[in-house]
Design a protein around this ligand. Structure first.
Ligand code: ADP
Ligand code: 5GP
Length: 197
């Protein structure tokens, strides 16, 4: 029996960032389904959008509830993004990793940098689009944001893009299936490397 077949692979921690509308949610959902990974559900103070469900897309909380969780040190990381608070609860992420299940997080660039500090083994992936115009088109066609929200998110794209060099991998989400295939390749390569270390 080879040494490789004896080795047990460690669960992975992947963080996906990118401008709003770049396709992070779509890609994370598909990856979590395909690999049976835990796609973390964040807490947020932003209003629920049409088509979203509490507990599936986010845990929608008010500012006082969010601040209580901060005071209780219940967050793995949290940040203020587009005038609202967003945070990843510590317990479910740690529980899944301890049970051996890999975790994928969809975070802004502030959250991703914090996670990398806390868990240097985390793999950071940035999802980009061919242009900022394309982001606007996708946000409009998603049909969940007001004009004002879309404007804020398109303006925020430049800020997210200014952190692209902090990421281990950049994927251009031009064609969705190719972008997912690229992330699958990155994950498989990472698993292979973790086995041989
Ligand atoms: P994010 O989570 O980054 O804000 P979403 O995953 O919600 O982005 O995607 C934004 C919209 O763009 C959704 O309607 C999604 O179906 C669509 N979308 C995702 N990838 C592509 C792509 N490669 N080409 C066209 N539309 C896409
Ligand atoms: P949206 O409001 O469009 O769902 O998300 C806005 C931004 O918040 C996205 O960039 C998304 O990645 C980020 N985000 C979602 N959840 C979290 C979280 O728990 N922590 C941090 N830091 N960012 C988050």
């Amino acid at each position: 029996m080879s040494l490789e077949s004896l080795s047990v692979s460690q669960p992975s921690l992947f963080v996906v960032s990118g401008p709003s509308g770049s396709g992070k949610t779509t890609i994370c959902r598909r990856i979590a389904d395909q690999f049976n990974w835990y796609y973390s559900v964040s807490h947020t103070t932003r209003p629920i959008r049409p088509g979203e469900h509490n507990g599936r897309d986010y845990f929608f909380v008010n500012e006082a509830e969010f601040k209580d969780m901060v005071a209780e040190d219940a967050f793995f990381e949290w940040a203020r993004v587009y005038d609202n608070f967003y945070g990843t609860a510590k317990e479910p992420v740690m529980d899944h990793l301890q049970k051996g299940q890999s975790v994928i997080l969809d975070l802004d660039t502030q959250g991703a940098a914090l996670v990398k500090k806390l868990k240097p083994e985390a793999v950071l992936v940035f999802i980009n689009t061919p242009s900022v115009d394309e982001l606007e088109t996708r946000l409009k066609s998603r049909g969940q944001n007001s004009e004002d929200e879309i404007k804020k998110r398109v303006q925020g794209a430049q800020n997210e893009l200014s952190h692209i060099d902090e990421y281990d991998h950049v994927i251009l989400n031009d064609d969705l299936d190719s972008a997912i295939a690229k992330l699958q390749d990155i994950i498989n390569e990472h698993r292979q490397q973790s086995k041989t270390q």
